[in-house]
Design a protein around this ligand. Sequence first.
Ligand SMILES: Nc1nc2c(ncn2[C@@H]2O[C@H](COP(=O)(O)OP(=O)(O)OP(=O)(O)O)[C@@H](O)[C@H]2O)c(=O)[nH]1
Ligand SMILES: [Mg+2]
Length: 218
Amino acid sequence: MSSDQRIVHYNSARFNKSAAKLHQCPEDIGAEVAFAGRSNAGKSSAINTLTNNGKLARTSKTPGRTQLINFFDLNLEGVRLVDLPGYGYAKVPVEMKVHWQKHLGEYLEKRQCLQGVVLVMDIRHPMKEFDQMMVEWCENSQMPLHVLLTKADKLKKGPAQSTMLKLRKELQAVLGDLVTVQTFSALKKQGVDQLRNRLDHWLLPEETDFESEVITEE
Ligand SMILES: Nc1nc2c(ncn2[C@@H]2O[C@H](COP(=O)(O)OP(=O)(O)OP(=O)(O)O)[C@@H](O)[C@H]2O)c(=O)[nH]1
Ligand SMILES: [Mg+2]
């Protein structure tokens, strides 16, 4: 295997497919990271910034833009990013909300290849009801969680930093090492390396520690 096959090239992301139901998702093998969060939080924008491709995931000023589960392939076989539909948009008809909740729930519960959840929150409005629900779900299922406090450009650096530190403390008290928290801005392209490092950690299988494999003869 060439060393290049051990590196995730986020810039290589390509649209794979959209799914309304679990059975329409790509085969449940490989490794996936899903971006979840309230409607309009900035999930699709974060994916576009991460992949350096402004046209990859559709973004909109109108909440509720992403209504399907969208899958994006990366350069490594079976390694994907997933853009989940936003939660909590009031103008979506009730039957659609029910449909959405059912399929998001199914995706989260059943998807074996899911390695971690990036929970995207607007830094000005963190930890709303949906976010609480996702944190609880991660706790119950021991799913690694990375909280992206986005739109950090909307706050001054000091308040942004203290919001992040406070939330990190609160979440680590519940989730321990399972959770990481960072500030982010799609507009200013801030926090991209930190996000990439976290995702690398989830998407790349553990490096083989050859030294520990040396069998010592007695
Ligand atoms: N200032 C600023 N605006 C942002 C940032 N990220 C996203 N936005 C804006 O927020 C709005 C919503 O962004 P999206 O990325 O479409 O949000 P989403 O979470 O994918 O929304 P849904 O698909 O409806 O769930 C758009 O108008 C974006 O331009 C950011 O870091 N800074
Ligand atoms: Mg979206």
